[in-house]
Design a protein around this ligand. Structure first.
Ligand SMILES: C[S@@+](CC[C@H](N)C(=O)[O-])C[C@H]1O[C@@H](n2cnc3c(N)ncnc32)[C@H](O)[C@@H]1O
Ligand code: SF4
Ligand code: SF4
Length: 318
């Protein structure tokens, strides 16, 4: 399906999701992440609440459906709860991806305006703190999960990227999710820098661990991964990335792009939402050659990219 024009000007009608990297600052320093390490650092050129509200108004009017806030650590921005409230007001479903450190103290503000809580956990206990380079992170994230579920949050998911350091944690994370009454979703760690090649899973390790996750899921474990995604990793198949057809990403400074990997050499920034309306920046004419260039890019073996692409390519989505 081509990203045809909608009746809302030229904005491609297939795009229904927006991701906002509201800050690149973070209160952790994860060994596998290129963000992090500047909790009190210079907020630089971060979008203000008002600028974000203007863009959400436009996106609501264009008919987008889903809004995700992430970063960096999105809860370092005190504006995040207001941003979610505004996103709900304009009709978007809302998701946060967070390390959970600040979540417990904000639980009252967030439950009610966040539909999906995604809390990252790399391991159970001290290994998580070591991988996140910050003591107390595991206990804080688990207390936060309890805080939001106690307040009625109905969709809470643990997100775990697996590498050679935490490959042995699968069963413990599944038991943790089970005990908390929530689900867990796994995916492989990406090598964001050449250094990380040493820790990412080999094809054989991927096959073994994701086969185990599939068989746990089939026995009733609270694993949120789709069978398609697990089989893709087990069989080492490729996929056609449709993400640029369905989602846009906005960086902390307002740069808008169509790919999950803003640092990738292929990534093109369409412009800045401070200077232009989104519908001026994202047009079928601009998207079409980018989609063609990226269709065989398989960099992101992440559920949100793979499953969206799978569903799109099988025409489950509009
Ligand atoms: C960049 S973080 C931003 C949100 C928040 N700070 C957090 O940790 O949840 C988004 C997700 O990417 C994951 N992540 C970090 N480094 C990764 C890597 N090298 N490969 C795959 N996922 C990674 C994190 O664990 C988290 O689930
Ligand atoms: S908490 Fe999230 S953004 Fe921060 S360093 Fe870790 S993975 Fe990166
Ligand atoms: S798989 Fe490639 S094209 Fe698709 S979102 Fe990831 S980096 Fe972008």
């Amino acid at each position: 399906m081509k990203p045809g024009k909608s009746k809302n000007g030229g904005f491609p009608r297939t795009i229904d999701t927006v991701y906002l990297r509201i800050t690149n600052r973070c209160n952790c320093r994860c060994l596998t992440c290129v963000n992090g390490g500047s909790e009190d650092g210079d907020p630089g050129n971060e979008l203000t609440y008002r600028e974000i509200a203007v863009v959400l108004d436009e996106l609501g009017g264009l008919g987008l459906k889903h809004f995700t806030l992430w970063g960096g650590e999105p809860l370092l921005r005190k504006e995040s709860p207001r941003v979610f409230k505004h996103a709900k007001k304009v009709g978007l479903s809302t998701t946060i991806c967070t390390n959970g450190i600040l979540l417990e103290r904000l639980a009252d503000d967030l439950v009610g305006c966040v539909d999906h809580f995604v809390v990252s956990l790399d391991a159970v206990g001290p290994l998580h703190d070591r991988l996140r380079n910050r003591k107390g992170t595991f206990d804080g994230a688990v207390s936060a999960i309890r805080a939001v579920t106690d307040r009625g949050a109905s969709f809470v998911k643990i997100w775990t990227h697996l590498n050679r350091r935490n490959i042995g944690e699968v069963d413990r994370l599944i038991s943790l999710a089970d005990g908390l009454g929530i689900v867990v979703e796994f995916f492989p760690t990406h090598a964001e820098t050449p250094d990380m090649e040493r820790v990412v899973l080999t094809d054989g390790q991927k096959r073994k661990v994701f086969s185990r996750i599939l068989s746990k899921k089939q026995s009733g474990a609270p694993v949120a991964n789709s069978d398609h995604f697990l089989n893709h990793l087990i069989k080492g198949t490729t996929f056609r990335c449709s993400y640029p057809k369905t989602a846009i990403e906005i960086n902390d400074n307002g740069d808008l792009y169509s790919c999950e990997r803003p640092m990738g050499s292929m990534c093109r920034v369409w412009g800045n939402i401070r200077d232009h309306r989104v519908s001026e920046l994202v047009t079928p004419e601009r998207l079409a050659p980018f989609i063609e260039d990226m269709k065989d890019c398989n960099y992101c073996s992440i559920p949100c990219i793979f499953d969206t692409s799978w569903e799109f390519n099988h025409r489950i989505r509009g």
